[in-house]
Design a binder for this molecule. Structure first.
Ligand code: T3D
Length: 259
């Protein structure tokens, strides 16, 4: 159905694969709109997805904005962001299911923003991260200036953004930007196993964990305690919580249903 992404849902695991390998999966207008549609479908109440895996086809994860599609020099890039980037970034942030990114190659510009928006980032050994914006005279966007300093600290974020140098996977691991780095040929298998585990987890609790942590980036301590109480009230009333406690008492593996 889609031309620039592959989108599937199997046994509760949704997978989105950016699929413009000859352009290192750069974000063309078509790709951005298809990505948005796929994310919207996952945000619908009737979606059967319980986890999302995002990766890229070929040797790149995503090289950011499609620079070959730029159009005229007077183009308003601010409007381009609000009209074509912010909708999918917001939809991604709003997901109530856990998100894993499998970074198979370069994650540059807005492509890096997508990669690090995931709850768990797994990178191939040969992958790298690039705040490419400054190299073409732009400022970091797509949430980079919000997320990156919070993930790696101001100092490293500033250096990445001002120098526009590649940060290889092993350094990204050292900095805490990614959860794990694996051999290139083990990436998809490792990330799929992890996402499959999340897809059979207590979905309501997992969704709340992602939102609580997002809120913690701006909340004060009292606000966060209140948010935890609200989320726990909901989680405590799920069938999965009943099952989790029962399984613990019966000394068996819990069989969560996602509700
Ligand atoms: O209005 C708005 O859209 C504002 C929003 C901005 C958000 C942003 O993301 S701005 C940042 C945009 N991204 C970049 O600046 C990165 C540009 N790409 C590169 O610097 C390099 O391609 C890489 C360092 C990522 C990879 O280098 P390398 O040597 O491994 O590959 P390559 O040969 O440069 O690229 C392979 C092909 O993909 C090549 O095409 P060709 O020559 O084989 O026909 C290249 O042109 C194409 N490609 C790579 N990145 C992009 C791209 N085509 C369009 N847009 C790209 N971003």
């Amino acid at each position: 159905r889609f031309e620039t992404i592959d989108f599937s849902i199997n046994d509760g695991l949704a997978t989105i694969t950016f699929n413009r390998p000859d352009r290192l999966n750069a974000l063309s207008a078509k790709l951005k709109s298809e990505f948005l549609l796929a994310l919207r479908s996952l945000n619908r109440q009737d979606s059967e997805a319980r986890a999302l895996l995002i990766t890229g086809a070929g040797r790149g994860f995503c090289a950011g904005a499609d620079l070959a599609e730029g159009g005229n020099e007077d183009r308003d890039m601010g409007a381009s962001l609000t009209d074509t980037y912010h909708p999918f970034l917001t939809e991604l942030a709003n997901l109530r299911i856990p998100v894993v990114s499998a970074v198979n190659g370069v994650a540059a510009g807005a492509g890096m923003s997508i990669a690090i928006s995931a709850d768990i980032v797994i990178a191939a050994k040969s992958a790298y991260f690039l705040q490419a914006f400054v190299n073409i005279g732009l400022v970091p966007d797509a949430g980079s200036t919000f997320l990156l300093p919070r993930l790696v600290g101001l100092n490293r974020a500033r250096s990445m953004m001002m120098l526009g140098e590649k940060v290889p996977a092993d350094k990204a691991l050292d900095w805490g930007l990614v959860y794990d780095v694996v051999e290139d040929d083990a990436l998809l298998d490792t990330a799929t196993k992890l996402a499959t585990k999340l897809a059979s987890g207590p979905t309501v609790a997992l969704g709340s964990i992602r939102h609580l942590l997002a809120q913690s980036l701006t909340n004060d301590y009292q606000g966060q305690l209140a948010a935890e109480a609200t989320a726990q009230r909901v989680a405590g009333r799920t069938e999965d919580c009943v099952e989790g406690v029962m399984a613990f008492i019966q000394k068996r593996e819990a069989a969560f249903k996602g509700k």
